[in-house]
Write a protein that binds this ligand. Structure first.
Ligand SMILES: Nc1ncnc2c1ncn2[C@@H]1O[C@H](COP(=O)(O)OP(=O)(O)OP(=O)(O)O)[C@@H](O)[C@H]1O
Ligand SMILES: [Mg+2]
Length: 424
C-alpha cells in the first residue's frame, strides 16, 4: 500500500521546531564563548541568561563550591529583565559564602548528585527554617519567595563525579519540570564546569610558569652574582692579609678582584638577557671548561688536571651553558669547602651524549645531611646544578662522604639511540 505523506499544520510544528533551533543556537553560542575565552565570568553570565531563555524561567543562579569543601558562593545569577551579576550584585542575600546544609528537599539531593525538582516552593519548603540562621545557610524559600518564584529546578554541577556546584532556575508560576528541562539545565551545568575548569587550569599554568621563572632567576643570580661576590670576597681577604708585608701580592689579589667584579657584572647582564655565558661566546666548550680548571690551578691550592675525550660535536646552547655552570659551581665548592690536594675534570664526547666528571680528594661531606640553606646562607649550588641538568635533558649524580672526597657526574643526552629495527 503506498504511504500517505503525513503533514502537520504550521501552528503545531513551527513553535517546537523554532524552540529547538533557538536552543541549538544558544548551545552553539555558549560552546563558542567557552572556546573564545579563559575568563569564566562572561561564560557563566551567558549560561545563567541562557538558562532563563531556554527554560522560560524568572530567575537563574549558579553556586560554586570552594575546592572540596561544602562552602559555596554565587558565581553568577540573573533575574529576568535585569543584568547578570556575581554575589552581592544579585542582592544582599547572595553576598559572601554559604554552607550547604543537610535538608532533605534540596541539600541531601545535591549531595547525592541528583537534580532537585520543586513544583511549588511555597508548599514544598513550607517547613524550612527562616533566616536569620545561626550558621550561614541560604534560605531559598525567603530569598526566592520574595522575588515571586514558585517552581524550582536545580541540577548538580559535577566534575569526575564530585559535586563542584549547582545551577538552578525558578519560574513565576508553580511548575512541573520535565525530563527534557533537567537534561537542558544539566547540559548548561556541564558547560559551566568546563568553563570553570579551563580558567583553573590556566591559573595553574600561570603559577607554574611564574615558579619556573623564579627558579631560573634564582639559578642565574646564584651562578653569576653569588659566585662573583664569593670570589671577590676571597680575593679581598687574601689582599688584606698581605697588605703590609707583600704589597705586590696584595696588588695581584686586588687585580683579580677587579677582574672578577667586571666579569661578574657582564655575566649578570648576559643572564638577564638569557644569552650564552661570556666564556662560551669566546671559546669552545672544551676550552671554556679548561680555563675554569686552569684558573683554579693558578690559585695554587690544589693540583688540577683536565682531560677531554672523543670528537666534539655541535651542542645546544642550554647543554653548553649547563656543563659550564656545573663546572663553575663544582670548582667554586672545591675552593670554598673541599681543601682538596687534587682535582680532576673529565669531559667525554660520547655517542649518546656528553659526560662531565669533577673529582676532588678533599674533605667530602654527607649529602644526606644537607637540608635547607647552609650556615653561610648559601646552599643553592647543588640544587641549581641538579635543576640545570634536568632541564638540559640530563642526569646529575653526586657521591661524597666525610674524609673521602667528592665526585660530581653529569650526563646530558644529545643523541637518542635509534630503536634497533631502525638502527643502520
Ligand atoms: N666539593 C665539596 N667538598 C666538600 N664539601 C662540599 C663540596 N661541595 C659541596 N659541599 C658541601 O655541601 C654544601 C652545599 O653546597 P652548595 O653548593 O649547595 O651550597 P654552598 O656552596 O654552601 O652555598 P652556595 O649557595 O653559595 O653555593 C656546602 O655548604 C658544603 O658543606
Ligand atoms: Mg656552592
Amino acid at each position: 500500500m503506498p504511504r500517505q505523506p503525513v503533514t502537520f499544520g504550521d501552528d503545531l510544528v513551527l513553535p517546537q521546531a523554532r524552540q529547538a533551533a533557538a536552543q541549538w543556537r544558544k548551545l552553539v553560542e555558549i560552546g563558542r564563548a567557552i572556546n573564545g575565552t579563559y575568563d569564566p565570568r562572561g561564560v557563566l553570565e551567558l549560561i545563567v541568561s541562557s538558562a532563563i531563555d531556554l527554560l522560560d524561567a524568572q530567575i537563574s543562579w549558579l553556586g560554586q563550591f570552594e575546592g572540596e569543601s561544602s562552602r559555596y558562593r554565587f558565581s553568577a545569577g540573573l533575574l529576568r529583565g535585569g543584568e547578570p551579576g556575581v554575589g552581592e550584585e544579585l542582592g544582599p542575600e547572595f553576598a559572601g559564602e554559604f554552607e550547604l546544609g543537610h535538608g532533605p528537599m534540596v541539600a541531601q539531593k545535591l549531595r547525592a548528585c541528583q537534580p532537585v525538582l520543586l513544583p511549588d516552593i511555597q508548599l514544598n519548603l513550607a517547613g524550612a527554617p527562616r533566616p536569620p540562621y545561626e550558621e550561614r545557610g541560604w534560605s531559598m524559600r525567603s530569598t526566592l519567595g520574595r522575588r515571586g518564584v514558585r517552581g524550582v529546578l536545580i541540577v548538580p554541577m559535577l566534575r569526575h563525579g564530585s559535586l563542584r556546584g549547582f545551577l538552578g532556575v525558578g519560574s513565576a508560576q508553580p511548575r512541573d519540570f520535565q525530563g527534557h528541562d533537567v537534561d537542558l539545565l544539566t547540559l548548561l551545568a556541564d558547560y559551566s564546569i568546563i568553563a570553570i575548569g579551563r580558567s583553573e587550569s590556566l591559573q595553574r599554568e600561570r603559577d607554574i610558569t611564574r615558579a619556573e621563572e623564579r627558579n631560573r632567576m634564582a639559578r642565574e643570580i646564584h651562578d653569576t652574582l653569588a659566585q662573583g661576590f664569593t670570589g671577590i670576597i676571597l680575593q679581598l681577604e687574601a689582599a688584606e692579609q698581605v697588605l703590609h708585608d707583600e704589597p705586590e701580592t696584595a696588588q695581584t689579589h686586588l687585580d683579580r678582584a677587579r677582574t672578577l667584579a667586571r666579569d661578574s657584572l657582564q655575566e649578570a647582564r648576559r643572564s638577564v638577557w638569557n644569552l650564552l655565558p661570556g666564556p662560551l661566546e669566546r671559546n669552545t666548550l672544551d676550552s671554556a671548561i679548561f680555563q675554569e680548571v686552569q684558573s683554579l690551578g693558578t690559585e695554587g691550592e690544589a693540583e688540577v688536571g683536565f682531560t677531554a675525550t672523543g670528537e666534539p660535536y655541535p651542542l645546544a646552547v642550554e647543554a653548553q651553558t649547563c656543563l659550564l655552570r656545573v663546572t663553575q659551581e663544582a670548582l667554586g665548592n672545591i675552593r670554598k669547602h673541599a681543601q682538596a690536594r687534587h682535582v680532576d675534570v673529565t669531559l667525554a664526547w660520547e655517542q649518546a651524549g656528553v659526560s662531565l666528571t669533577i673529582r676532588d680528594d678533599g674533605r667530602g661531606f654527607d649529602p644526606a645531611a644537607l637540608r635547607g640553606p647552609s650556615s653561610s646562607g648559601g646552599g643553592f649550588g647543588l640544587i641549581s646544578m641538579r635543576e640545570r641538568c634536568q632541564l638540559a635533558n640530563g642526569v646529575f649524580t653526586l657521591e661524597s662522604a666525610p674524609g673521602d672526597g667528592t665526585v660530581i657526574h653529569v650526563f646530558l643526552w644529545v643523541r637518542r639511540p635509534l630503536p634497533e629495527r631502525l638502527a643502520l
